[in-house]
Design a protein around this ligand. Structure first.
Ligand SMILES: Cc1cc2nc3c(=O)[nH]c(=O)nc-3n(C[C@H](O)[C@H](O)[C@H](O)COP(=O)(O)OP(=O)(O)OC[C@H]3O[C@@H](n4cnc5c(N)ncnc54)[C@H](O)[C@@H]3O)c2cc1C
Length: 406
């Protein structure tokens, strides 16, 4: 493909959502000129490369929502995809543990949600069965979710990219898109490597979802807010304390799952992620601050409404982020023998979370179609699990642009 030629579809963002969409479109419509335009030097450098690596089962999400449907379908498809392409994964199952009496009702509500969403095999278990599955965990009751698993999503995204390129697609890296303008026969994307012209554009830009949308002249009804999730890791000699995945009962008012123990496909045991507001969209450390990003959020009415609603939860997260001992105390509710010296700091990821002007964190996936642009405005967790289903859904929408013969 010549770099100056008119593309049929330009996909902005080479994360797992953009790459899955690209691969599906290229395989469905051979001969179409499609390029993924990515600002970093390589693909999958942000959320896709900084997550927990869990294949979510679909138990948490509101029945009937896109997340519920796409997580349940997507997790099955993810497992089949890993089988087909020899990507290491493990459907090891997980436990969600109630450590206090009042959490049991929430656990039962989750079990009902799982049944409504068609998550297979979910079962309430008592302390004895919990001890069989996770000998070092304690709790009053737990939910066993056998269909949850683990995988390395960077490897999955790399495979989507390889298949996309094999089907004739092109990936252009180091090409940040700064503006998208209408032209008579399509759209002109201004990028760090010069202009790109395309008949259609699909925006999958994660932490910059709202900004790229605004640069295309759209008025997204949401703001993308960055929430950093920090991880610790168990030192190798303490890995035996956790077999698979141990989760707390999450606060249902907050769209994050609470700090959990996660076995990585590499064998490491990670602990996290918490959820603290990031002062930079790609701010992986407390000292990463962007005046532009911070001013942007502080000037948004929805941010203050969210703060009024969640300030107590938010302060708790900040406290546990800054004081390791506070985090350890929380973890000891699940695995009492874990001690401060068993944990070392690991990496962090930043979640892109859409927030509406009323201060509500948008839980569901949100995809908008305009005459020449499709825009993935909100793809929070479990978008990695659901990436094959999201890619299909976006490709279905894009199919409406294309003549039946392509
Ligand atoms: C800490 C954490 C833990 C998580 N755990 C899980 C989990 O266990 N299981 C799960 O299913 N999901 C999990 N998720 C969610 C999952 O990782 C994301 O939902 C998913 O990766 C979103 O993919 P994406 O392609 O939309 O975004 P990204 O991976 O962020 O990709 C967006 C891409 O767009 C590029 N981009 C941005 N702006 C521009 C521009 N102007 N021009 C060109 N390119 C641009 C970026 O560089 C980036 O490569 C987690 C997320 C985080 C942060």
């Amino acid at each position: 493909m010549k770099s100056g030629s008119l593309l049929d579809i330009a996909i902005v963002g080479g994360g797992i959502v953009g790459l899955s969409t690209a691969r599906t479109l290229a395989e469905r419509h051979r001969g179409l000129r499609i390029a993924v335009i990515e600002k970093e030097a390589d693909t999958a450098q942000h959320q896709t490369g900084h997550n927990s690596g869990v294949i979510h089962s679909g138990i948490y999400y509101r029945p009937g929502s896109l997340r519920a449907r796409m997580a349940v379908q997507g997790s099955e498809r993810m497992v089949a995809f890993c089988e087909e392409h020899a990507i290491p994964y493990d459907r090891c199952g997980k436990v969600i543990v109630a450590t206090e009496e009042f959490q049991i009702a929430a656990l039962e509500a989750l079990a009902r949600r799982g049944a409504a969403n068609g998550v297979p095999g979910v079962r309430m278990i008592g302390p004895e069965e919990l001890a069989d599955l996770e000998p070092h965990a304690t709790g009053m009751q737990a939910l066993h979710v056998p269909s949850a698993g683990i995988v390395n999503y960077s490897l999955v995204a790399q495979t989507y990219r390889k298949l996309f390129e094999q089907a004739g697609g092109e990936v252009r890296t180091g090409a940040e898109v700064t503006a998208i303008a209408e032209e008579p026969n399509g759209l002109r994307l201004e990028t760090a490597q010069g202009d790109v012209r395309s008949k259609h554009v699909i925006i999958c830009s994660g932490l910059f979802a709202d900004r790229v949308s605004i640069s295309a002249g759209l008025k997204p009804p949401l703001k993308t807010v960055p929430f950093r999730g920090e991880y610790y890791e168990l030192v190798p000699e303490k890995r035996h304390l956790v077999r698979n995945l141990i989760y707390p009962v999450a606060n249902p008012a907050f769209p994050f799952l609470g700090v959990h123990f996660t076995r990585r496909i590499s064998g490491a045991i990670e602990v996290g992620p918490n959820a603290v507001f990031a002062f930079k969209r790609q701010g992986y450390r407390w000292r990463d601050v962007s005046i532009k990003d911070t001013a942007d959020i502080l000037g948004y009415v929805g941010f203050w409404r969210m703060t009024a609603r969640y300030w107590r939860t938010g302060l708790g997260e900040v406290y546990r982020s800054l004081r390791k001992q506070a985090m350890v105390k929380e973890l000891q509710k699940l695995v009492p023998v874990v001690a401060n010296q068993d944990l070392v700091r690991a990496g962090a990821g930043v979640r892109a979370q859409a927030l509406d002007p009323q201060g509500k964190l948008i839980e569901d996936f949100h995809i908008v179609q305009k005459p020449r642009i499709i825009h993935v405005l909100n793809a929070p967790s479990p978008a990695a699990t659901a990436s094959l289903s999201i890619g299909d859904a976006v490709a279905d929408m894009a199919g409406q642009w294309l003549p039946p013969s392509t």
